[in-house]
Ligand binder design. Structure first.
Ligand code: GAR
Length: 211
């Protein structure tokens, strides 16, 4: 049985989708813990109610990013993770932390990378006149929002869209795409080539088309 540790900062809807898919589809894995840098992250309650271990590590209690990440690595490592899943974890991670978990750490980012790294992705896509937008699941590397792409979800940008409406449309696809990608990771179905390109070894589609 593989261990999944999920890191959140807030709502935790992607974490919920992963917990539910893991149970429903009987993955050879369990969500061993949910860790947050915010004590009031709504997702912590959901996890605790399901008997999943939770931990809070408030970054404001640490003098430096390095100190926080060192303690975070210790906490996460305590759950013996085979997969570390960033699900709305709104912290920039140090190179040391990323290297320690490299190859077993995924993130979901709400844009079609490499476009729109960083924040306010949906508004920026609307402002740029993009006709499609989406989300990307990628392996985490030290370059922010730039790791090898595991899967992407594509949705249309509709006339009159607000960032909220577009975000909600993308989130529906995130909830389908991210659990599947985490499952691929724990089942050993992801292969990374020398150029940093990821293929699903059984040939499953790595694109989700949303309406
Ligand atoms: C998701 O839309 C995710 O793509 C985004 O935060 C949201 C978290 O929602 N992640 C980032 O912006 C990371 N840079 P959730 O807490 O309900 O899963």
């Amino acid at each position: 049985m593989k261990n999944i540790v999920i890191l959140i900062s807030g709502r935790g809807s992607n974490m919920e989708a992963i917990v539910e898919a893991c149970a429903r589809e009987q993955w050879p894995a369990r969500v061993a813990a949910v860790v947050s840098n915010k004590a009031d992250a709504a997702g912590l309650r959901y996890a605790a109610d399901r008997g999943i271990a939770t931990a809070v590590l408030d970054h404001k209690n640490f003098a430096s990013r390095e100190d926080f990440d060192a303690e975070l690595a210790t906490v996460v490592d305590g759950f013996a993770p085979d997969a570390v899943v960033l699900a709305g974890f709104m912290r920039i991670l140090t190179e040391g932390f990323v290297r320690y978990f490299e190859g077993r750490m995924l993130n979901v980012h709400p844009s079609l990378l490499p476009a729109f790294t960083g924040l306010h992705t949906h508004q920026r896509a609307i402002d740029a006149g993009c006709k499609v937008a989406g989300a990307t699941v990628h392996f985490v590397t030290p370059a922010l929002d730039h790791g090898p792409i595991v899967a992407q979800a594509v949705v249309p940008v509709l006339p009159g869209d607000t960032a909220e409406a577009l975000s909600a449309r993308v989130l529906v696809q995130e909830h389908l795409m991210y659990p599947q990608a985490v499952r691929w990771l724990v089942e050993g179905r992801l292969a990374l080539d020398a150029q940093g390109r990821v293929t699903q070894t059984a040939g499953a589609p790595q694109v989700h088309w949303g309406a």
